[in-house]
Ligand binder design. Structure first.
Ligand code: ASP
Length: 589
């Protein structure tokens, strides 16, 4: 037997016990002839001690141990002289009388302790060493726990976990597909699924009325910080349901996760906010509602004083930053530069300080007298001490979005975004379609399988742009602290409606048939009403862990360039492999 206990297990109650442990040497040190060794495994760290008067061979072995050697030891649990209350095993140590070196280690490239001295790149290259560290073990353990709770909950509700294929057909809509060449079908390609969307709907047609899967998905997107080309979703679908049934089921799942994983009670029922409210008040479809500082429209209050920028704008909006009336000129200049960064994209920032003594100071004093400023302050619902920050423009949603980004930034600066506070909610009533000026066409706001609200069908069949823009969907997102954790919709289950949807999206009948013929056809064989959603599993885990990096919650993640630097992938393949696939690499590559 390699071990009788783990390195995280022994306590003062075990005093006197003879034990065998196995693990990695985290570090060892000599102190007045004695050797102390921190022995680590998945479960924790236990201190070993080899006494000064132990047999010479044992002392010699103990002092020869390097970091990350794998050893097995025998000894007796004794009470420690100087206890370490920070360690669960800190009351005891093992008086060691036998050390068996199971394997040596070369010197690790960084220290494998909770706080490591290794930079990100070196830790990524030696991910298997990084994974030995406490914080990553904690992250992966939490991930397991979340998955386990999800399965328990959904199993109890009658959901079946069914796997769908990874080699499917390329139907890019939204993100780019990763493609896989088929050797047996030269010149043809599979695609890796961006989500199992069509397959889960086909399972509904097949009568499996409650499906879920914790499933890998692939999207070939330019990687923004903290996006992974392969990521995991908790993917779910139900038949014979309305939006209300889906929301209740999955609100219940999230409530259970919060309770069983974090021991946090979230509101019952969860708040809901329409997409329109979220955009108007928070400038975002994933509002962080842990704090207020909401957007106020001040268009009519701010116009008509001869200031061209505002007079010519279709929309003027403001947020009030509490306590920031004291900002110096320098701080405001810095903020103005901040909103001009491409990530925000504003042309400038107008401010009004509402001083404690009731006076005003603004960047538009030239055009606006105290009464005018007061009118704006009242429209913005400002209080004394507030700094009112104002943006304007012709595209309402664009201005609101910029104010939303500024709001999040100011919330962060004011310390209002505490990761230990959880404010989940549903965003509902999304528009079905989104117009893109550049390509002059509509895109599906969620995806092309989302159904229009039945009461909006009259607009859905209209050919007027304004009508189509008004169509809403029974689509919903689960949002937590400014992050979208999941989303879904009630689906189209009628072949004619699905055809119309493709038409609205500018996908011709032939193209629709080629790409989606299988699902349009399936809908002709008695498709039940259905709907579902998917949660971003990696993100759920990272937020539960109080971190904003999903990478820590994935055992072997890719870096920002989409590379796995540990296995050095992607990489070139042999000429022979290319020949088999009948693929040529262009010379200019
Ligand atoms: N398949 C969708 C997604 O990946 C989720 C859903 O509608 O169920 O976003």
């Amino acid at each position: 037997m390699y071990r009788t206990h783990t390195c995280g297990e022994l306590r003062i109650q075990d005093k006197g016990r003879k034990v065998t442990l196995a693990g990695w040497v985290q570090k060892s040190r000599r102190l007045g002839g004695m050797t102390f060794i921190d022995l680590r495994d998945r479960y924790g760290i236990t201190q070993l001690v080899v006494e000064a008067d132990a047999p010479a061979l044992l002392v010699e072995t103990a002092t020869s141990l390097g970091r990350e050697f794998v050893i097995q030891i025998e000894g007796e649990v004794v009470e420690r002289q100087s206890k370490n209350p920070k360690m669960p095993t800190g009351d005891i140590e093992i008086k060691t009388d036998k050390i068996n070196i199971l394997n040596k280690s070369i010197t690790p490239p960084f220290t494998i302790e909770d706080e490591s001295d290794g930079g990100e790149d070196i830790r990524a290259k030696y991910r298997y060493l990084d994974l030995r560290r406490g914080p990553l073990k904690k992250a992966l353990t939490l991930r397991h726990k979340v998955a386990h709770e999800v399965r328990n909950y959904l199993d109890a509700k009658g959901f079946l976990e069914i796997e769908t294929p990874y080699l499917i057909k390329s139907t890019p809509e939204g993100a780019r597909d990763f493609v896989v060449p088929s050797r047996m079908n030269p010149g043809q390609f599979y695609a890796l699924p961006q989500s199992p969307q069509t397959f889960k709907q086909l399972l509904m047609v097949a009568g499996y009325d409650r499906y879920f899967q914790i499933v890998r998905c692939f999207r070939d997107e330019d990687l923004r910080a903290d996006r992974q080309p392969e990521f995991t979703q908790i993917d779910c679908e139900m038949s014979f349901v309305e939006q209300e049934d889906v929301l209740n089921t999955f609100e219940g799942m999230m409530r259970t996760l919060f309770k069983n994983v974090l021991d946090v009670d979230i509101p019952n029922p969860l708040p809901r906010m329409s997409w329109y409210d979220a955009m108007d008040r928070y400038g975002s479809d994933k509002p962080d509602v842990r704090f207020g500082m909401t957007i106020h429209e001040i268009t009519s209050a701010a116009k008509g004083k001869g200031f061209g920028v505002l007079d010519g704008a279709a929309y003027i909006g403001a947020i009030c930053v509490p306590g920031a009336a004291e900002y110096t000129r320098k701080q405001i200049d810095e903020l103005t530069e901040w909103v001009k960064r491409p990530q925000v994209g504003a042309k400038g920032l107008i401010y009004i300080k509402v001083n404690e003594d009731g006076t005003y100071k603004s960047s538009i004093d030239k055009f606006y007298g105290p009464e005018d400023l007061e009118k704006i302050a009242s429209a913005a619902e400002a209080s004394k001490g507030d700094l009112i920050l104002i943006m304007s423009g012709d595209n309402i949603r664009k201005v609101q979005t910029m104010l939303g980004v500024l709001r999040i930034e100011m919330g962060g600066r004011l310390g209002l975004r505490d990761p230990k506070v959880f404010a989940p909610l549903w965003i509902v009533d999304f528009p079905l379609l989104e117009w893109d000026d550049e390509t002059q066409r509509f895109y599906a706001m969620h995806h092309p399988f989302t159904a229009p609200k039945p009461e909006h069908e009259k607009w859905f069949y209209s050919n007027k742009k304004e009508d189509l823009e008004r169509v809403c969907a029974n689509a919903y997102d689960f949002v937590l602290n400014g992050t979208e954790l999941g989303g879904g919709s009630i689906r189209i289950h009628n072949a004619d409606v699905q055809k119309r949807m493709f038409e609205v999206l500018g996908i011709g009948a032939e193209e629709a048939e080629y790409k989606f013929g299988f699902i349009i056809n399936a809908f002709k064989f008695g498709a039940p009403p259905h709907g579902g959603l998917a949660f971003g599993f990696d993100r759920v885990c990272s937020l539960f862990g109080g971190s904003d990096s999903i990478r820590d919650y994935i055992a072997f993640p890719k870096n920002n360039q989409g590379r796995d630097v540990m296995i050095d992938s992607p990489s070139q393949i042999d000429r022979e492999q290319l020949d088999e696939l009948r693929i040529d690499i262009r010379a200019d590559e």
